[in-house]
Design a protein around this ligand. Structure first.
Ligand SMILES: *Cc1c(COP(=O)(O)O)cnc(C)c1O
Length: 351
């Protein structure tokens, strides 16, 4: 079977999605499945739907278009709105996250043209400092948004633990809840979504006595990799190995561990340093930085990754016998999964 490839265990993904939906559902929180790390892969999207998830979210309209065109029966949410893409956002996404009035006005323009209603979730900045409206400006924006034709204010949301690494805790979630209550009272409306965050909200959810008005989370990593994302601890009962990268040995020789000659820059402009381990079993694998974020790979065998270039990973096989044509398996972290699913050079095998 051809390498390099990523093996995708759909049964394990389905198990994780069902388990998380049930867990969060037990306190009235609905789960949106976030497909961006798998580039809107349609087989995976279908499995999420079969596992009871009704809304799929992605950061790229191209991925949403792909899922839409594949006939996947879901509501689609765009996680990041771009002014110049407004026409396609209204066409392919039912809902989008927004924080700029200028963009929402453009969505309104195309919603009117397409005779559609586009739902908006306004993102609120609560300290992580990626996207979001400052809480003090929110009422003013809400007031404008509810007057726009073709636009329905469907909710508010926040995103933490992405840029600033800020923990979604009781204080942050109570803050979002009270903002939601305030908006509902002031404008006499009902917010369909009060979306509290992402896979980093797990610890808050498990420890909180009251989820307040939070009725929604947007989950990617915990569904696919089975972990929360504050400390990357496995979530009990979930699979952490739904994805495996398989690479092939293309050279296997006993060679020195220290390069021979004067050390200058390597292929990427770094000046490498090496540790003398004497003669070692040096293995070349036929996968490299053009395929995957090598620093996010963990080998399942007791071998050491010494480094990588565009097309090779260089390994010290230590006590393991690896011959040309043998394969080596790796677990992937989020960055490695994102890059592997994006690379056109990695074959996908579904199990
Ligand atoms: C990526 C993303 C998510 C999902 O994050 P995970 O850590 O994968 O659960 C949720 N919300 C927004 C706005 C995102 O960009």
């Amino acid at each position: 079977m051809i390498t390099p490839r990523i093996e995708i265990n759909l049964r394990k993904i389905a198990h994780n999605a069902k388990t998380l939906k049930e867990l969060y559902g037990s306190k009235g929180i609905d789960v949106i499945g976030v497909t961006k790390v798998v580039c809107g892969d349609t087989k995976i999207a279908n499995i999420l739907i079969k596992s009871g998830i009704n809304i799929l979210a992605d950061s790229r309209i191209d991925n949403i278009k792909k899922m839409h065109n594949a006939g996947i029966q879901a509501q689609f949410l765009l996680l990041r709105s771009i002014y110049s893409q407004a026409k396609n956002i209204v066409k392919y996404a039912d809902i989008s996250l927004n924080s700029e009035l200028m963009v929402i006005k453009e969505l309104s323009k195309f919603a009117v043209k397409q005779d559609a209603t586009h739902k908006i979730i306004l993102m609120v900045e609560l300290g992580d400092l990626r996207e979001g409206i400052m809480p003090s400006n929110l009422e003013k924006i809400v007031n404008e948004v509810i007057g726009l034709k073709g636009i329905e204010l469907a909710g508010i949301g926040t995103n933490l633990a992405c840029f600033g690494g800020i923990k979604p805790d009781d204080k942050k979630m109570e803050n979002l809840s009270s903002i939601a209550i305030n908006i509902e009272d002031k404008f006499e409306l009902k917010l369909e979504f009060v979306s509290g965050g992402n896979s980093a909200n797990y610890n808050w959810f498990m420890s909180t006595k009251d989820v307040g008005k939070i009725n929604n989370l947007r989950l990617g990593e915990s569904i696919f990799l089975g972990c929360e994302t504050l400390e990357r601890k496995p979530i009990p009962g979930l699979f952490t190995d739904a994805f495996t990268l398989i690479a092939e040995v293309i050279e296997s020789k006993i060679k020195p561990s220290l390069p021979n000659g004067n050390v200058y820059q390597d292929a990427f402009g770094n000046t490498p340093k090496f540790i003398d381990r004497g003669l070692i079993k040096r293995i070349l694998l036929g996968v490299g930085l053009q395929d995957v974020l090598v620093s996010g790979l963990t080998p399942l065998l007791d071998i050491d990754i010494l480094g990588a270039s565009s097309d090779h990973i260089i390994v010290d096989a230590k006590q393991t016998d690896l011959k040309v044509g043998n394969t080596v398996e790796f677990n992937l972290n989020y960055g490695a999964l994102l890059s592997a699913m994006t690379s056109p050079y990695i074959n996908k095998k579904y199990k």
